[in-house]
Design a protein around this ligand. Structure first.
Ligand code: NI
Length: 257
């Protein structure tokens, strides 16, 4: 069995075939999926889906892109959603310097506020980081955030940044990019990082692994990421499944069979 630790089944791209996408995932041995929120409506939807489908769990938060909409009202509602037994994390939160959808100051403020929220509700965080590794790790290493566990989802940083993240106690989320031709640096990190700190994910509907690159991604393709990881680590499929699932359940404590 596998856990897709990061997907967006709450995206409009799954509006027409959500039950089929979940069925295909189960068929592929992906028995649990974390549906990650990126704004208030998608966080509400993540919890609704987790209530409706046994294999689905929720993460709730406001994404860096939407940070300028972060408010005390949003935070109060996130706190309520976080108390749901199937909410396993606060996420995705972080910093994104690639797109300019929210000013950097607003991104920092929302990131710090949601780290504090995670601390207060005793949940781990799912970190989104794009072209902002130094600042993101600075925030996570700061004294008041140190008690918060988490995963750097869709890892795309350097080997040095990976060392920093691992030293901070964070997990690395490995997604479909692992299968891309030009992803040699990521493959080296995935091959050499401690096996007890790796998680697999899809980030569906984005970043579909080969041979589906460029098409809509879906949780069933976690299997393709796991198979590539098994090759890189010279482990069997069963070992990769067992290890990454164990890791997911260690980090996301509410994610139980
Ligand atoms: Ni995502």
């Amino acid at each position: 069995m596998l856990v897709d630790t990061h997907c967006h089944l709450n995206s409009p791209q799954f509006a027409d075939d959500l039950p089929e996408a979940v069925a295909r995932a189960l068929q592929a041995g992906v028995t649990q999926m974390i549906v990650v929120g990126y704004d208030m409506p998608s966080s509400e939807e993540a919890v609704r889906l987790a209530e409706r489908y046994a294999p689905l769990f929720a993460a709730v938060a406001v994404h860096p892109h939407d940070s300028k909409a972060y408010s005390t009202a949003a935070e109060a509602r996130l706190r309520e959603l976080a108390s749901h037994p199937k909410t396993v994390a606060i996420g995705e939160i972080g910093l994104d310097y690639h797109y300019d959808f929210s000013p950097v100051e607003a991104q920092f403020a929302a990131f710090r506020a949601q780290l504090a929220l995670a601390q207060a509700v005793s949940l781990p965080v799912i970190i989104h980081c794009r072209e902002a590794y130094r600042d993101t790790l600075d925030v996570l290493e700061a004294g008041d955030a140190q008690g918060v566990g988490g995963v750097m989802h869709c890892w795309a940083g350097s080997a040095e940044e990976a060392q920093r993240a691992l030293k901070r106690g964070l997990y690395l989320g490995i997604g479909g990019v692992l299968t891309f031709k030009n992803a040699e640096a990521l493959r080296e990190i995935a091959a050499s990082a401690p096996m007890d700190r790796l998680l697999v994910e899809t980030d569906a509907p984005y970043l579909a692994p080969a041979p589906h690159r460029g098409k809509r991604n879906e949780p069933a393709y976690t299997r393709l990421v796991a198979e590539r990881l098994a090759d890189l680590r010279a482990l069997t499929r069963e070992e990769i499944e067992a290890r990454t699932t164990q890791n997911a359940r260690r980090l996301f404590r509410r994610l139980q069979p």
